[in-house]
Design a protein around this ligand. Sequence first.
Ligand code: FMN
Length: 342
Amino acid sequence: MPDSSSISARKSDHIRINLEQDVRSGLTTGLENYRFIHRAMPELDLSDVDLSQQVFGKRLQAPILISSMTGGNEEAAGINRLLAEAAQATGIAMGLGSQRAAIELPDLAPTFQVRQVAPDILLFANLGAVQLNYNYGIAECQRAVDMIQADALILHLNALQEAVQPEGNTHFAGLADKIETICKALPVPVIVKEVGWGFSEQDARRLADAGVSAIDVAGAGGTSWSQVEMHRAKDESQARLAAAFINWGIPTAEAILNVHRAAPELMIIASGGLRSGVEIAKCIALGANLGGMAGPFLKAAARSSEAVIQTIQEIQREVQVTMFAAGARGIDQLKSTPLNHE
Ligand SMILES: Cc1cc2nc3c(=O)[nH]c(=O)nc-3n(C[C@H](O)[C@H](O)[C@H](O)COP(=O)(O)O)c2cc1C
C-alpha cells in the first residue's frame, strides 16, 4: 500500500493534470440526444419557478452538487475551502475527495475540514469502496464521516482507474457484501458512486439490494480517469494501456436510465460530463434528483472564489430558465416532464 505522502503527491498530480491536459472521455454523455418540449405557454411566472428540495434532511437551493474532488495537501485544502464557501453562499451540496490520506495520517484531516466556512451545506464524506478489501471497515467509514461532520458517506468505485495505474488497488472481489455491511452499520446514508464510467442495471440492482441510499452514476462523457492516468504513466507501455480505454464506459444519460429501471425508488445523483444547467435539468427529467460537476468547478476554483460563485449562479439560472420554458414549477414536476429522444 502506498504511504500517505505518495497519496498526497498523487492528489497534486490529479489536480495539475485535470487543469492542464485534455482528459475528456472519447464518449459523449448522450444528453445531446434528448430535448425538452418547448412550452410557448408555460402558464408560469419565471419568479415562481422553485429549484429547492430537501435531500437527506437538508434544504438545497438548487439541484447542484460540487462533486468529490480533493484534500490531503495544502493546495487541496485551499481548493476545498473555496468550494465550500461558494456552496454555503449559494445553498448547494458538496462532496470532499477521498479521505484515505487523512485516515492513514490524521494530521491531514484539516485539509478536508470545511464546516467552519460551510456550517449548513449538505456535505458528503468520501472513501474508495475498494479499501474495504484492504483492512478498512465500519470504524474507518465512521471516522471519515466524523472527521468532516458529513451528512452522508460516498463510497466510490474506480475499478478501471486502479487497473491502469501501477500502484493500483485491484482487489475488487466480494465488495458488494462489504458495502452491504457498511450500509447496515453506519448511522448516516451511504451513497455509492462511480468516477466516470457509469453503472449497469445489474450493478445498480445489487447496490439497491445492499441498502445504499443513493447512487451517483458518474457516467462517461466528461473527465476520463484512464486519460488522467495516461498522463501520469511512467512508461510508454503503461500509457498505451490507459489510452486504450478512452472510449470506455456507460454514458451518463444511459446510466441514469439503467439505475432508474433497476431501482425506481432509489435517489439518483447524475454526474459525469455535465457542463450546463440545461443538462442538469435533462438528467432530472430522466430520473435523477440532482446533478454533480467536478472538472468545471475545479477550473473555476483555480481562478477565484468569485469565479466559483459565478459558475454556480449561472448554472442555477440555466436550470431555472429550462424549467420555466419546459413548464415545470418545481423539481417534482421537472421529474415528470417529458423529453423527446432523437
Ligand atoms: C481533480 C479531481 C479529483 C477527483 N477525486 C475524486 C475522489 O477523490 N473521489 C471520488 O469519488 N471522485 C473523484 N473525482 C471524480 C469526480 O467526482 C467525478 O465523478 C468525475 O470527475 C466526473 O465528473 P466530471 O465529468 O464533471 O468531471 C475527482 C475528479 C477530479 C476532477
